[in-house]
Design a protein around this ligand. Structure first.
Ligand code: BGC
Length: 750
């Protein structure tokens, strides 16, 4: 009898766990209205939901109308004409059999009409509130044009300045990128996706895309799983936890498996481990590009691989549309896969409120570039410009400066200063540095000579006029950099020098003997070490967007004080790449101050006489500027670094503080940064890792105790078994104004 009961109990247990398992699997597909719709859908209609096409430039041609009526289009990207969008939605709602709205996508990357600094510049603000505001403004403007979905934030870790898409990224650091990515998701999506002005965000490009070999776009990425999890996936996990609605699979081949057909990424990590409940869209034709990768023989196999991996919607290519039905009929894929994808897509359409009201006002003239939006764009630009040098306090200009010469090919380029990905940006709104300085100082105080017509120009005929102009002024502002087209997707460079004859222009202008302020507007870190020696001050403005001019004028004139910090390490030359602050130590680290430069090596030197350490003979080891670096017009002193928890148990908090004093003469804001190093790990740990930061404003003479609290869980990393663990042991902790801070203390995790 006893035996019978135990068998019975065991049987019940199995039945229950079986049910439970099935329930958990299906738990997320529990919305009756969506299930009801799916039940009514034909295979063609399901495939339609998974199909995204490109728009027709404001037209709604007959074949598009018919496709929408037939339920063959789930989403359209690149349509921003309000009338066309309203018509598309009307047809979808009123004329298609099931009345399912279309979702309208667009790359709204750093602004819609009002353009904010490029994401790399926004990351330089180290100000998530401002970044969130930027995304909010972009969302409002795009939403009012009928856009429901942006393909942003781009949160690929980018450690290679040659890669054009570094401009779109938040730089090299997983922590900073996570914070900024989350701020963007919150700004785009708001608290309620269905609210006016909220749009759906998309975390892209999942994953590892930023590690493209040689910095050449679309190139192979080889990232060990451990490194992938510890570095490249962190920002994506943060975005998922912040509720991002969609993910985009990358173009890249990751460890031999294209990201768009990568079950490990899309099923194991994203769905099984993270429980992502939004949907995944491919990148532009990245499903059929798996044929070029040599991963699929034809579109049918590409569709099979993408859909089985977990890509719910195919962007622009037709492999789902043409082959999924066949794949189901042949029993290669289960219709259940389609139902899951369609469920996710429909759920988001409901969340966006598109079933209720997908329409926007056509005649609303007050939706773009409101004063409040322009002000936010200006603040973002002010806080994005990094002061790299300011000898003899040449900045800010004092009232003794009577005439300012503005020189250079980026001084008055309304379009170029907006940067990459500004499909809808309105360059008529742009205020250039020249315009802003004239309006602040008066026409008569500002002289102008472009020197070069555009940044790539090698035509030096304007040099003599530029030099003559410089001679007439008290100070010279030289605006150089890269045109917008030189960075962004597919726009990679092997050299990081200023393009064209810009170096020569700076040298020429320096012959006037006047103090030079070098302003660099670019989409990537440039190797400006050589030319910056001709300048007393250097402001790195990235591409600052619509309000770049007024922001720069405020900084030059001291209305605002620089507070930006580099979100990425600046190499001395492209040959130093990859170079990033959170590297591993190696077995033979170099002492950055003790190496023999190639010029000083004695003749007939014995092979080991230089010491065998990890560095370049010609460039040493240190970068041009370290991650986190940026000056202010005032000076800050860090002192009294204290660790309140020198010993902490696993699960406990680590509390550390520092006193920050404004020791200069200006009110200023400092980004106080906290770094740690885990001295010994089951996998080697970086020499420094950012774990916290805070913006602090101080008046001259004022000081403040700045405290940080992190948990031992913040020290966790993936071990060789791919478990996320915090390992007990010794740690170093630094607090300072950049990643090369030396103010250090220790703690032990027990
Ligand atoms: C880019 C994506 C972008 C998509 C749609 C692709 O070429 O890689 O970042 O969102 O196009 O425009």
């Amino acid at each position: 009898m006893k035996h019978f009961f135990s068998l019975f109990a065991m049987g019940m247990f199995l039945v229950l766990t079986g049910c439970l398992k099935q329930n958990t699997e299906e738990q997320w597909m529990n919305d009756p209205k969506i299930l009801d719709l799916i039940q009514q859908m034909t295979l063609e209609e399901k495939m339609g939901q998974m199909h995204q096409i490109s728009g027709f430039g404001g037209q709604v041609p007959d074949n598009l109308k018919q496709d929408i009526i037939d339920g063959k289009v789930g989403s359209i990207l690149n349509e921003v004409d309000v009338k066309a969008i309203n018509e598309i939605q009307r047809i979808a709602l009123e004329e298609s059999r099931l009345g399912i709205p279309v979702i309208i996508g667009r790359d709204v990357i750093h602004g819609f009409k009002t353009v904010f600094p490029i994401p790399l510049g926004q990351a330089a603000t180290w100000n998530p509130e401002l970044v969130k505001k930027g995304a909010e403004v972009a969302a409002k403007e795009a939403w009012s044009s009928g856009v429901n979905w942006t393909f942003a934030p781009m949160i690929d870790i980018s450690r290679d300045a040659r890669w054009g898409r570094i401009a779109e990224s938040c730089g090299e650091d997983p922590f900073l990128t996570s914070v900024m990515g989350v701020a963007m998701v919150e700004g785009f999506q708001g608290d309620d996706l269905s609210a006016d002005g909220s749009i759906l965000a998309c975390a892209k490009h999942f994953a590892g895309y930023g590690a493209a070999e040689g910095g050449r776009d679309y190139n192979t990425t080889l990232i060990p799983e451990n490194e992938l999890r510890n570095v490249y996936l962190k920002s994506f996990h943060a975005a998922q936890q912040a509720g991002v609605g969609t993910f985009m699979s990358g173009f890249n081949d990751l460890n031999g498996v294209p990201a768009t057909g990568n079950r490990f990424l899309l099923r194991k990590v994203l769905r099984d481990e993270w429980n992502f409940d939004g949907f995944v869209v491919s990148d532009w034709a990245s499903v059929t590009e798996m044929i070029s990768h040599g991963f699929a023989a034809d579109p049918k196999e590409a569709a099979y691989k993408a859909i089985s991996a977990g890509v719910d919607m195919e962007m622009t290519s037709d492999s789902y549309k043409n082959h999924v039905k066949e794949l189901i009929e042949e029993g290669k894929i289960n219709e259940r896969l389609l139902d899951e994808a369609v469920y996710r897509i429909l759920k988001i359409k409901f969340d966006l409120g598109l079933f209720n009201d997908p329409y926007v006002q056509e005649e609303d003239q007050n939706r773009f570039a409101l004063p409040e939006y322009l002000e936010a764009a200006k603040q973002a630009a002010v806080q994005s410009m990094v002061l790299l040098k300011n000898e003899q306090q040449i900045l800010p200009f004092t009232s003794s400066i009577n005439k300012v010469a503005v020189i250079g090919p980026m001084a008055n380029q309304k379009y170029e200063q907006l940067g990459t990905w500004i499909f809808d940006g309105d360059s008529d709104l742009t205020i250039t540095p020249l315009e802003a300085l004239k309006s602040e100082l008066g026409e008569s105080k500002v002289l102008f000579s472009e020197g070069l017509k555009y940044t790539r120009s090698k035509d030096k005929t304007g040099f003599s006029e530029a030099l003559a102009t410089a001679k007439k002024a008290d100070v010279v502002v030289v605006c150089v950099g890269e045109e917008a087209i030189l960075s962004g997707e597919a726009h990679c460079r092997a050299s990081l020098d200023l393009p064209g004859a810009q170096n020569e222009l700076i040298e020429e202008v320096s012959k006037a003997g006047k103090p030079i302020v070098l302003v660099v507007m670019a989409g990537r870190p440039l190797a400006i070490g050589g030319v910056s020696k001709h300048a007393e001050a250097v402001l790195y403005a990235f591409h600052p967007g619509t309000m770049g001019g007024p922001a720069l004028a405020d900084l030059l004139l001291g209305v605002a004080n620089p507070s930006a910090k580099l979100p990425v390490t600046f190499p001395k030359a492209a040959g130093q790449i990859p170079i990033y602050y959170n590297h591993k130590n190696t077995g033979r680290p170099v002492d950055p101050n003790a190496w023999t430069c190639i010029d000083d090596i004695p003749l007939n030197s014995y092979q080991t006489s230089l010491g065998n350490t990890s560095h370049y003979l010609d460039l040493g080891f240190a970068p041009l500027y370290p991650f986190g670096f940026g000056l202010s017009y005032t000076t800050f002193e860090y002192k009294n670094l204290k660790i309140e928890t020198p010993k902490v148990k696993l699960g406990g908090d680590i509390i550390a503080s520092v006193t920050l004093e404004n020791t200069g003469n200006f009110v200023g804001e400092e980004v106080v940064q906290l770094y740690i190093r885990d001295l010994v790990g089951s996998v080697t740990r970086p020499v420094k890792e950012l774990k916290g930061f805070e913006r602090v404003q101080l008046k001259p003479g004022e000081s403040k105790k700045v405290s940080f609290k992190i948990n031992t869980s913040d020290l966790a990393f993936f071990n060789p078994e791919m478990e996320e663990v915090t390992e007990p042991g010794e740690f170093h902790l630094w607090i300072g104004g950049s990643s090369d801070t030396n103010l250090r203390t220790e703690f032990v995790v027990e």
